[in-house]
Write a protein that binds this ligand. Structure first.
Ligand SMILES: [Zn+2]
Length: 270
């Protein structure tokens, strides 16, 4: 490598370390999203800061080397030429309505073409409430956040998975998402509810971060990120960034097999 090139790449790598996930990516001349094509779709309910979170994640994805198309509409999902060129999609779109044609195009991209999908909070798992096949893809649907913005802890339950490796448990002051979750997901972090705001869920352990497949495609979700400032919590940001990197490899990485013994104590005594 020529000296000028070396200096340039070192400078880029320095940016990588400052912006992202130092545990995964040491100084290196290969950017983790180099050559990847991404679509970032933002919109829906404005209370979830789709514009501000766009301005967190799009520049980061670009710094990681991705070529990012940014869209503020769902019609983009029916652009077949664009969709066929993609490696992964990041969506922040709370509630709203998706047309049958748009939904089918998104589902097909993930299920049949293996395009990765990543998102957080209501932008992935409280979108398009009428669309059950969409929920089958994402692996969960928000149903409540008892008490609104409250103090709670997130417990990292998987220290082997690259998304959560090396991260300690951490604290959030935000919405604690109570979700209906697909049992066929790999859970990486959880939170435990108290009975303070809903007595009957006292002690309930709820997934916060998971990965799954929908057909050939990887799907990554974190329930953290009610507002953009939630990503000021370094662990919340790192988890989302690493999850995006995992989803970005959807077309190229080997299928991961796992068994989640969600109901291992079902019927057991004591
Ligand atoms: Zn919220």
């Amino acid at each position: 490598m020529k000296r000028r090139e070396f200096i340039h790449k070192t400078a880029v790598a320095g940016t990588v370390i400052a912006a992202g996930s130092p545990l995964l990516f040491a100084a290196d001349d290969h950017l983790p999203l180099q050559g990847k094509k991404a679509l970032f779709v933002w919109g829906g309910w404005s209370g979830h800061d789709p514009d501000k979170t766009r301005d967190i994640f799009v520049p980061w994805m670009q710094q990681m080397g991705a070529e990012v198309t940014v869209a503020d509409n769902l019609a983009i999902y029916t652009d077949e030429t664009l969709m066929n060129s993609l490696d992964f999609i990041v969506q922040i779109w709370t509630m709203g309505k998706i047309s049958g044609e748009q939904e089918k195009a998104l589902l097909t991209a993930v299920k049949e073409h293996g395009i990765g999908l990543a998102g957080w909070h209501g932008g992935l798992c409280d979108s398009f409430r009428d669309n059950t096949e969409y929920q089958f893809m994402t692996g969960g649907q928000w149903v409540a956040h008892p008490g609104g913005v409250i103090d709670y802890d997130v417990n990292v339950v998987d220290q082997q998975d690259p998304v959560t490796a090396g991260l300690a448990d951490f604290h959030m002051k935000s919405e604690q998402y109570y979700m209906h979750v697909d049992p066929n997901v790999k859970v990486l972090a959880t939170t435990t509810f108290t009975g303070e705001h809903a007595a009957w869920i006292d002690g309930c352990v709820m997934p916060v971060v998971w990965k799954k497949y929908y057909g050939k495609g990887r799907v990554f979700y974190s329930s953290l990120g009610h507002v953009a400032t939630d990503f000021d919590v370094p662990q919340a940001l790192t988890i989302m960034e690493r999850g995006i990197l995992w989803a970005a490899e959807s077309k190229y990485a080997a299928f991961e097999e796992w068994l989640q013994p969600v109901y291992k104590n079902h019927g057991a005594k004591g």
